[in-house]
Design a protein around this ligand. Structure first.
Ligand code: ZN
Length: 207
């Protein structure tokens, strides 16, 4: 695991130290030493806050998958955006960057940043879906954790792979995903997986 450097303002250095951060005198910055729980230091971990997707409302999706470790069935959560959400189109020339309206629903993956108030909303509705460090992507993103044993359940097996719990490919699979609409705007930095309109309609019907 690569070292994680922190952005600790000078007046918060004692707090960071108490939570386990270590000082690098050469580079003059605080970092997360190996083998400590980095979650208390999360607020100082720099994240990409440049959003690339936005929507007027979103859906919280819930499905069930097997845990790779315990192995029991556990709930997993994700975010689906309805048609009409907007995706940032990044041009070679930055002045050409612009938002494009998407006409298909999409399931978000590898969410590095979610604007307020969604983090607070998710901590109520889906507390095991939270930002955590992935050794696979070597980055922090919103990921699921097993209901029973708490192990990390990465987005590849949950969302990316065809036929995964949150990436249905048939009406039958889609019927196992429950979605509920949350009528508040969403702004995020993440990847996305287009989901067919028909499958989305199946999820909506099976709420
Ligand atoms: Zn488990």
């Amino acid at each position: 695991m690569p070292r994680i450097d922190l952005n600790v303002p000078f007046h918060e250095k004692d707090e960071a130290k108490a939570l386990g951060a270590r000082w690098d005198p050469q580079r003059r910055l605080w970092y997360v030493p190996d083998n400590i729980d980095s979650s208390p230091l999360l607020k100082w971990i720099p994240v990409s806050q440049s959003p690339n997707i936005r929507a007027a409302s979103y859906f919280l999706a819930e499905a069930t998958r097997g845990c790779w470790r315990c192995p029991s069935q556990t709930r997993v959560f994700g975010i689906v955006l309805p048609p009409g959400h907007e995706v940032l189109y990044v041009d070679d020339d930055p002045t050409g960057d612009h938002w494009e309206v998407a006409d298909e629903p999409t399931m978000l993956s590898y969410i590095a940043f979610l604007a307020d108030p969604i983090p607070a909303r998710l901590s109520n509705l889906a507390p095991l879906y939270r930002i955590d460090y992935s050794q696979t992507t070597e980055s922090f993103y919103w990921m699921n954790h097993c209901d029973r044993c708490g192990v990390k359940l990465g987005d590849f097996d949950t969302i990316e792979e065809f036929g995964a719990a949150l990436n249905p490919t048939t009406a039958e699979e889609a019927a196992r995903v429950r979605i509920r609409e949350l009528s508040e705007p969403l702004l995020a930095s993440c990847g996305s997986n287009t989901c067919g309109l028909e499958l989305f309609d199946h999820m909506r019907r099976c709420r």
